[in-house]
Ligand binder design. Sequence first.
Ligand code: HEM
Length: 426
Amino acid sequence: MGALKDMPATQSAPPAPVDIAHPATYAGGVPHEEFDRRRREEPVGWVPEPALWRHSSAGRIQQRGAGFWAATTHEAVVEVSRQPEVFSSALRGAFLHDPRTPADLEFMRQLLVNMDAPQHVRIRRLVTSVFTPRAVRSLADTVTRHARDLIEAVRRRDTFDAVTDLAAELPLLVLADLLGMPRGDRHLLYRWSNNLVGFDDPEYGGGDVEVYRQTFAEAFQYALAVAVRRRAAPRDDLISLLATAEVDGRRLTDREFCQFWLLLVVAGNETTRHLISGALHLLLHDQALRRRWLGAPLSTATAVDEFLRVVTPIMQFRRTATRDATLAGTKIAEGDKVVMFYVSANRDAAVFADPHQVDLERAPNPHLSFGMGPHFCLGAHLARMEMAALLDAVVPHLPRLATTGPVVRLESNFVNGIKSMPVGWT
Ligand code: HEM
């Protein structure tokens, strides 16, 4: 990583017109005007992929994907999500960037998000047997306590960073409990997840394949030690259940356990962080929104779903066509890459009135931020719970909170992220 720090930004500036595939585009904010145009003119439109720089021990190389179909309307994203047998997660994985080698693809396929039925059904059944709504509800008191403690800690300081000191900390504390690790180790999760999800950002993964591989190796080693400890001496926690649970008379293998553990590290970390920081960003920059919240009573649950819609922490997931098909009237060929832009579907005027308006009382709110279909987010309840706890803890103090410096956004075409948001008490 050291040598990379001296390099200029990993990716070149995005070319015009707005390139929705380029990670650098999103450093300037989500290009909503371009998504508006796409929904209007080409709900399923072809997007050529930009050449992106990658670094490895073999040197610096450019990688360019073959291009993809961007599904941008609510209807098209739902259509893809509801047909997993036509739009596969396993064929080439669920991430926009293609796996580099057949070995990489095989490795990725051990991750729940990159599986299709029947393997997906088996592993998901095992995981849901321990990751039940009841088990998640049992975390509620701890989540509330963590949220309050975090607010108390930042209240003792004149200035702080709303992302690193607040938004990032809550999911890290919750995950440390969930993953059976000492809370003091939680910043390992922060670094791992930044390296993997922030792969394209020069400050985090830096497009460095070695950093990516090392992060996997380090996290797996840690997870394996957790599995061994919990199998030897199970505790009354989720991770012990996961380490020992059986489906059809078979436990998760060590590798399956590690893959799922790491999936939770990544899925439960950045996503919730960006939801919280995105919501705080809106509240700090929109006086009317702040006044509305502090005015007549609101349902926090309803507001949380509106923040999920407008922030859309995970902007897209990918599928691959298993056969020739038609999607919203567009012909898709077998093997084509199809990307579901939740971030666009969530602002589709055909489904949401005044879609660019934040309406904290919006109901119903059929946003797609947690996906849809067989891969629907397993952590949806937990993420909503964390966001609600943090909002309830922070809102009474909002009138005294203001930004004190520029907001720095993540260079990523996958998550809608903010890296830093300096704030202070007035
Ligand atoms: C605001 C926060 C979150 C957002 C926006 C989010 C979003 C998503 C989305 C869009 C998917 C669908 C993937 C696909 O269709 O390929 C997904 C899957 C998943 N999420 Fe979340 N997630 C969040 C929080 C969490 C948390 C807190 C956890 C757990 C601690 C979690 C665990 C998972 C898992 C395990 C899957 C894979 C499910 C499967 O493939 O069957 N997520 N999430």
